[in-house]
Design a protein around this ligand. Structure first.
Ligand SMILES: [Zn+2]
Ligand SMILES: [Zn+2]
Length: 229
């Protein structure tokens, strides 16, 4: 028995997706890693929406977002949608490693200025009890560890429960979130990055950015694992 457990210890961990091949990067084997839907090509320089040619998308021209920059390395489609749902709703926390790895790799590849602090999208205590895990905070801690950037997952507070964003239209999403977040400390002149799993309309990212800017942040960037097309 001792021999078998030693062998298990020496065998490289298996891929979280296919459970067949050995791990290559951030929990995935080489085949599953290169099959991820990375967003290549041109993106809107404000919101990260995929565009035919480089520039600013029509929506951002009409209504510029309140954050400075966004990084969304993956498209929210198979198998990324399944992975992020498993993390969010079924507490399969090993997928947070993959999400954080993708975000950290992208931050290093972009080589932009190092932020002062990472933070996460907060949940109310009630919502956290119901779901059991704040995936945004979980991913933020792992990104912080990978990049050596400080994180404060309690920097923001959610002041009230809101309707689930995914059930609302874009306009209602914006209204649903007005003045829903507060920042617990002054951020005078600091460069803050908000970490989240998915970006859909950007309503949450926008409202959090406003809150951080009102608290004195000089720059707010958004780093998500995936964005919907
Ligand atoms: Zn695999
Ligand atoms: Zn845009």
């Amino acid at each position: 028995m001792a021999g078998r457990s030693a062998l298990r210890f020496m065998t490289p961990p298996c891929c979280l997706f296919c459970h067949d091949q050995p791990e290559f990067r951030h929990g995935l084997c080489q085949i599953c890693w290169y099959a991820l839907p990375f967003t290549l090509g041109s993106c809107c320089s404000h919101c990260g929406r995929v565009l035919v040619q480089p520039g600013i998308c029509g929506q951002c021209q009409q209504r510029p977002p309140s954050f400075d920059d966004i990084a969304a390395p993956l498209s929210y489609k198979n198998p990324v949608d399944k992975m992020l749902c498993a993390l969010k709703y079924r507490q399969q926390i090993s997928f947070a490693r993959t999400a954080a790895g993708v975000i950290a790799d992208n931050a290093l590849a972009r080589g932009q200025k190092r932020p002062d602090l990472l933070c996460a999208v907060p949940m109310t205590r009630r919502a956290l009890r119901r779901r059991g895990l704040n995936q945004s905070a979980f991913i933020a801690r792992l990104v912080s560890r990978k990049l050596g950037i400080p994180v404060n997952i309690s920097l923001l507070k959610k002041l009230r429960d809101t309707d689930r964003q995914s059930t609302l239209s874009a306009r209602k999403r914006r209204k649903n979130l007005i003045k829903v977040f507060s920042c617990k400390q002054r951020l005078d002149g600091r460069h803050i990055v908000l970490i989240d799993d998915i970006l859909t309309t950007g309503a949450t990212a926008n409202e959090v950015s406003k809150t951080l800017t009102n608290a004195g942040a000089a720059r707010v960037d958004i780093w998500v694992c995936a964005r919907t097309s």
